[in-house]
Structures are given as structure tokens and as C-alpha cells.
Design a protein around this ligand. Structure first.
Ligand code: G4P
Length: 530
């Protein structure tokens, strides 16, 4: 079978070249710096700073919303594509702030591997732990990077113990630092036994100098620092902490390397690790657990819908991850949820403000479809051979607010705005007959989601609104049969979520336990992420 001008073999070759991954971390561990350094090394951009832009360098392209700029956080996501050796990388951007963890979760459904950054001085932080859990849920293999080794921080062996104890993953370092944290001279390559010595360059703006030496030469050059590294590497050997591809792909072990993103130390090795170890785009399981082969006709799913990113582009983009076949711009696909045709006249590759028109894309690639108002997060698109990929589960909201239009003459805009934010997954929208359509409840995982919603209602949809906090912090899935009983309970409210779930809201755990005790037969299930 062929797809246009490509044979099955061509498509498989292209899928094999793809490395679709995300860099994830607790805020401030160096995600933006690493993203920029990776792209720099792959020579996609001339000088570091083109995508990051802190400290007076070029403007940060991912900061397209004013709010993001003010807060210095990245809410929006897109993908950066670049080539290195024979591989094609798709680096999918994730929001850094914990309040947008649901967004991060959705984005992670589109990647095949994650690069987890850990700040050498801070070890595992709250968001690091959450992200490890999310990856475990989704079966995403993780490459761990201990970043900021140029700064005084924790002991390398202690860090390995912490990773193992707290994540349950066996850390299997591929490189080991020569020089303790704060005195980063280079790394011992545990596969070859060689020494890679790093040299500082002009504030990390250029590719770091590196030279490789034999172990004999390394001891001459670095003396005790090399000996310590070699001894510690032997200790790891004794504990069997050596890379194993099978356990890595199964999410049981994590290869580790040491880096300083700001100095570009280790970035080259990280790129090599991604080419050599990270999984290529492979067959993806559909809703019925049937694999969709990469050489099957085109298929993909929406992992993110986004609008209002930039005042120059006030349109709506749906990001799809290509799962099989070739995406060809202009082809007419089928939208699995409705069975309707979907024309792909406008397709783009987006990173920050830069948009390039995409004419074709292969499994693993990310494509932004413009003006895709019919598409929702989790939707599948296909050509010829029907397929539906599993939906992307939503998180359990923990914060709730009633939203009302301030100006009743703007009610139409208000409704449209709420619907749009719901489709994008910016917030969850909960309704009940009692509250009516004029005052829906918004549910969020992190409170900052409300700020984004309010900002966009005001500035993008021109529907000024007021938000009023509700005293609930817990949601449980329930059934219509339970509603009459729940309705009689004080401080409990039942609302419909737009995906059809019926949610019972409780002020706290104790209130929930009280209700459960009085009515043990009620269905009150946690909304688990699966
Ligand atoms: P994030 O996206 O994960 O939030 O982190 P980001 O890359 O913005 O980095 C956070 C801070 O840590 C930045 O400093 C950055 O320069 C610094 N940093 C990143 N990697 C390293 C590293 O390997 N070593 C050291 N020493 N610092 C690193 P900043 O002061 O917030 O910004 P800037 O003015 O330095 O750009």
C-alpha cells in the first residue's frame, strides 16, 4: 500500500527517524534553557536566545500572552522540529507552572519519551514528583538530566539514591560527573570509559567546547577528581546501575546524565542519547487496544486546542500528533467523533510566534491545524481506514468558581467564550438546571487557570465577567440515581460536566466521608487519571 508518493517502506523509515519528546521539570530547573540549547546544538538556530530570550536576549517566543510575559511562565504549548544526525526531533513544549498540570498531561499524551530535568541543588521537587507519576501513568520512558552541575549542589550518589527511593525507578547513569557540583570539569562516559572534558564558552551562547580523552589521560588531567568519578562509577556497577534498554522502555529504569544547560555542557550527549535510546514513532493503540501501524493510512489525534495566542493570529489551532501514514496538507480527513469530513487546507508548524506552513508530516510529527473549530482535545482524524484513539482523561478539579457576565447585553459573547474555553480545556465547565446557563461553574486543577479564563473572556471574547469562589474542593463521579439523595445533603452540589460526567462536589474530605457514612450505597468514585 502507498500513501501518495510514499511507499510503506518510506513511511516506516520516516517514523524510525522520529524522536518525539518533551522536556519537563519543576519550574526553574532549566527547561527553557535546555530547549534552547538542544535546538542550538542541532543547529536549528544560530545563537542561544532565539527561543528563550531572558536577560535581554531576543524576546521569548513562547510568551505570547501578556499574562505569561508578566509572570514569566509559559502557558501555551507548541512543538519545535529539528534534525540531528539522521533523526528528526519533535520537541513538544509543556507549560512550566504546576497550575497547568492538566495541560502538561494532555501534551504528554503526544510524546514517546520525556527528558526530566532535576536541579542539582534542589533534587526532586513537588512538580518533579508529579511529573514522574504522570509519566508512569502513561508509560512514558524518562531520561533524567541532573542540570546545573556547574553550581554547588547535592552529592551525585545521594541524588541517585533520592531518585530511586522516591520514584521507584532505577537510575542508570550513562555519564558521571568529573568534579563535584560547582566544579563541573566534564563527564566519565560509563559506556566507553572515556573522559569528555568541557570548556566554557562565551556565556553559553555558543556550543561548548568538548574534547574526549582516554582514562589514562584523564587521570593525568584531573587527578583526584577523575579517580573519584571512576570509583563512584564502579560503585554503580556493583549495584547493577547500568543502562538496560528494555527496563528503560518499560518505565522501570531511567538513564541519567549530568549537564549544565546554561553552559551547554552535556547537551551534545543528551541529543545522542535521544537518538540512540529514545523510542521512535511506533504503532499506537486505538480505543480497542488494536495497534494502528505507522504505515497505515493517515491518522492522528488532537492533544491540544488553543486560541488567542497572539494578537496577530486570533484564530484557533488544534495540534495533532500524527500516528500513522503521511499528513498531506489539502487532504480531506474524517473527524472520527462526527464522521464528518475535515479539510486540512491550513496546516502549520508552530513554535512560539514562528509559524511555518506544513505540507506533509510523518508519524511522530506535530501539526497545528488552523481554524479547527470542530475539533476537541482527544478527537481522532483519519484517512480511509477508520480509527479512534483513546480519549485524554481530564483531571479532577479542585477549585470551583461561578462565572457570570457583567454586561447582560454581551451574553452571546459570554456563551461563546465559555464554550471555547471549555473546548480548549482551559477550564472545565459544570452546569445544573438550578444554576442555569447564565451562571455556570468553572472547575480547575490550579487557580491560575481561572485567571487565564477571566483574561481571555475580557480581552479576547469581549465579555467582561465576574467570578465568585465556591466552597468546594473535591469532586466525585456519581450517577443520576444518586442525585435525589445527594440533593438532600447540605454543602453538596451535583453538576453536569460538558463531557457527560455527573460530578458531586464536596467542601472537603470530611464532608465526603460523612455523606459516604450515612449513605454507603451512593456511587461516589474518584476521577482518576488513567
Ligand atoms: P525553566 O524553564 O525550567 O523555568 O527554567 P529556565 O530555563 O528559565 O532557567 C531558570 C534559571 O536557571 C535561569 O536563571 C537560568 O539561566 C538558570 N539555569 C538554567 N540552567 C542552568 C544551569 O545549568 N546552570 C546554572 N547555573 N543556571 C542555570 P535566571 O536567573 O532566572 O535567568 P537568566 O537571567 O539567567 O536567563
Amino acid at each position: 500500500m502507498t500513501s501518495g508518493q510514499y511507499s510503506d517502506k518510506d513511511i516506516r523509515t520516516q517514523a524510525d527517524r522520529r524522536r518525539t519528546f518533551a522536556v519537563i521539570s519543576h519550574p526553574d530547573a532549566g527547561k527553557s534553557t535546555t530547549t534552547e540549547a538542544l535546538a542550538l546544538h542541532a543547529r536549528a538556530i544560530g545563537k542561544a536566545g532565539a527561543t528563550h530570550g531572558k536577560a535581554g536576549r531576543r524576546a521569548t517566543v513562547s510568551d505570547w500572552m501578556k499574562m505569561e510575559q508578566d509572570r514569566g511562565i509559559s502557558i501555551s504549548s507548541a512543538a519545535l522540529q529539528f534534525e540531528y544526525r539522521d533523526a528528526v526531533f519533535n520537541l513538544v513544549d509543556t507549560p512550566g507552572h504546576a497550575d497547568f498540570s492538566e495541560d502538561t498531561y494532555r501534551v504528554l499524551s503526544a510524546v514517546d519519551c520525556a527528558v526530566m530535568l532535576i536541579d542539582a541543588a534542589k533534587g526532586l521537587e513537588a512538580q518533579t514528583m508529579k511529573l514522574f507519576e504522570v509519566c508512569a501513568h502513561r508509560g512514558i520512558p524518562i531520561i533524567t538530566v541532573i542540570n546545573k552541575w556547574d553550581r554547588a549542589g547535592l552529592d551525585a550518589l545521594e541524588l541517585m539514591d533520592e531518585v530511586q527511593e522516591r520514584t521507584g525507578l532505577l537510575p542508570t547513569p550513562l555519564t558521571w560527573p568529573v568534579g563535584q557540583s560547582g566544579d563541573f570539569r566534564g563527564v566519565l562516559d560509563r559506556l566507553t570509559g572515556d573522559y569528555t572534558k568541557y570548556d566554557r564558552t562565551d556565556a553559553g551562547a555558543n556550543i561548548a567546547g568538548e574534547e574526549t580523552y582516554s582514562a589514562d589521560k584523564a587521570i593525568e588531567l584531573e587527578g583526584d577528581a577523575w579517580q573519584t568519578a571512576a570509583d563512584e562509577s564502579d560503585l554503580l556497577d556493583m549495584e547493577d546501575q547500568n543502562h538496560d534498554q528494555e527496563t528503560f522502555l518499560a518505565g522501570k529504569s531511567t538513564p541519567v546524565m549530568f549537564a549544565s544547560a546554561v553552559l551547554n555542557f552535556g547537551i551534545h550527549k543528551l541529543l545522542d542519547m535521544l537518538v540512540d535510546l529514545a523510542p521512535a514513532a511506533e504503532a499506537r493503540l486505538d480505543k480497542d487496544d488494536e495497534p494502528r501501524d505507522v504505515a497505515d493510512p493517515f491518522s492522528g489525534f488532537v492533544f491540544k486546542v488553543q486560541a488567542g495566542m497572539d494578537s496577530n493570529h486570533r484564530d484557533r489551532l488544534a495540534y495533532i500528533r500524527v500516528c500513522s501514514g503521511v499528513f498531506e496538507r489539502g487532504s480531506v480527513l474524517t473527524h472520527a467523533a462526527t464522521g464528518k469530513p475535515f479539510a486540512t487546507k491550513y496546516a502549520q508548524q508552530v513554535f512560539g510566534r514562528d509559524r511555518d506552513v506544513v505540507d506533509e508530516a510523518f508519524p511522530g510529527d506535530v501539526v497545528g491545524l488552523v481554524n479547527a473549530s470542530a475539533l476537541r482535545v482527544g478527537d481522532s482524524l483519519y484517512l480511509d481506514k477508520k480509527v479512534e484513539f483513546p480519549g485524554i482523561p481530564t483531571f479532577s478539579p479542585e477549585h470551583f468558581m461561578v462565572i457570570r457576565a457583567k454586561d447582560s447585553s454581551k451574553y452571546k459573547q459570554f456563551r461563546r467564550g465559555i464554550e471555547q474555553l471549555d473546548h480548549e480545556g482551559v477550564i472545565q465547565v459544570l452546569r445544573s438546571d438550578l444554576r442555569g446557563d447564565q451562571a455556570p461553574v468553572l472547575g480547575a486543577v490550579g487557580p491560575m487557570q481561572f485567571e487565564v479564563a477571566e483574561d481571555r473572556m475580557n480581552n479576547e471574547f469581549h465579555a467582561p465577567c465576574s467570578l465568585e469562589r465556591l466552597n468546594f474542593s473535591l469532586a466525585r463521579r456519581t450517577t443520576p440515581e444518586c442525585v435525589p439523595t445527594l440533593a438532600r445533603e447540605r454543602s453538596v452540589e451535583v453538576l453536569h460536566r460538558s463531557d457527560g460526567e455527573l460530578l458531586a462536589l464536596f467542601s472537603d474530605r470530611w464532608r465526603l466521608q460523612g455523606v459516604q457514612k450515612n449513605h454507603p450505597d451512593l456511587v461516589l468514585e474518584p476521577l482518576v487519571v488513567s
